[in-house]
Design a protein around this ligand. Structure first.
Ligand code: G4P
Length: 192
C-alpha cells in the first residue's frame, strides 16, 4: 500500500536489532487518517470473507483493528496479555514467545467473546516472527471458529513469520512488507 510505504519512508526510523520505529504514527502517537485508510484497505482485501469478529492483541493492534471494524461492522476482540498460565477455565489461552523482547507471555480471550462458527480476521500492527499471530490462530481454532485471514500493517519480510503463516495456508495480507532495512534505506517488496 503506497500510502503506508510513503509514511514509513518519511516518518519511520531504523533502530539497531532490526527494529523499525514507527511510533510517531502507528503505535504510540496515532495518525487516525492513515489508520482509517488502513482499515478501509483491510475491508477491501477481506470483504468477501464474511467476517464476524476481528481479533487482535493488546496493545498496538487495537487501534488498527477498530478502524477496520467500522467497515466490517463487527466487534473487535483483543486478546489480553498476562504472565500467568492459569487464567481460569473461562478463557482460551496461548503461550507466545517474543523473540524481539526475549520473553514469553500468555494471551487469553474470554470464551464469551469468540464463538464456534465465527469467521475471524486477525489484525495486528507488526508481523516479525509470527508468534503472536500463531498464538491467536490457536485461540481461534480452540474456539471452533474459522480463521479467514490475517491482516498486518507492517510485515518484516526478512523474518520468518510471514513465510510460516503462508506455508500453513493462511490468507495473509500485509499492507507493507519491508524486505530489508539499514540506517539510511528501507526496501519494500513489490505487491504480489
Ligand atoms: P512476533 O509476534 O511476530 O513473533 O513478533 P515479536 O515477538 O518478535 O515482537 C514482539 C513485539 O515487538 C510485538 O509487539 C511486535 O509488534 C513488536 N515488534 C516486532 N518488530 C518490531 C519492529 O520492527 N518495530 C516495532 N515498533 N515493533 C516491533 P508487542 O510486544 O505485542 O507490543 P505492543 O503491541 O504492546 O506494542
Amino acid at each position: 500500500m503506497k500510502l503506508l510505504e510513503e509514511k514509513i519512508l518519511s516518518c519511520g526510523t531504523v533502530l539497531s536489532g532490526n527494529i523499525l520505529k514507527v511510533d510517531s504514527f502507528l503505535n504510540h502517537q496515532l495518525d487516525v487518517e492513515l489508520l482509517n485508510e488502513l482499515g478501509k484497505e483491510f475491508y477491501r482485501l477481506f470483504e468477501s470473507d464474511k467476517i464476524t469478529r476481528i481479533l487482535t492483541v493488546e496493545a498496538s493492534g487495537i487501534a488498527i483493528a477498530c478502524f477496520a471494524a467500522q467497515y466490517f461492522h463487527v466487534p473487535v476482540v483483543f486478546a489480553k496479555k498476562g504472565h500467568h498460565k492459569n487464567v481460569g477455565t473461562d478463557c482460551y489461552t496461548a503461550e507466545v514467545f517474543s523473540f524481539t523482547k526475549g520473553t514469553s507471555y500468555t494471551v487469553f480471550v474470554s470464551k464469551k467473546y469468540l464463538n464456534e462458527g465465527d469467521n475471524v480476521l486477525i489484525i495486528d500492527d507488526f508481523l516479525a516472527n509470527g508468534q503472536a499471530a500463531l498464538g491467536l490462530k490457536k485461540i481461534v481454532e480452540d474456539a471452533g471458529a474459522n480463521l479467514k485471514g490475517v491482516g498486518i500493517a507492517i510485515e518484516k519480510g526478512f523474518q520468518d513469520g510471514g513465510k510460516n503463516l503462508r506455508e500453513l495456508g493462511v490468507k495473509l495480507k500485509s499492507l507493507a512488507i519491508v524486505d530489508s532495512m539499514t540506517d539510511d534505506s528501507i526496501m519494500f517488496r513489490e505487491d504480489d
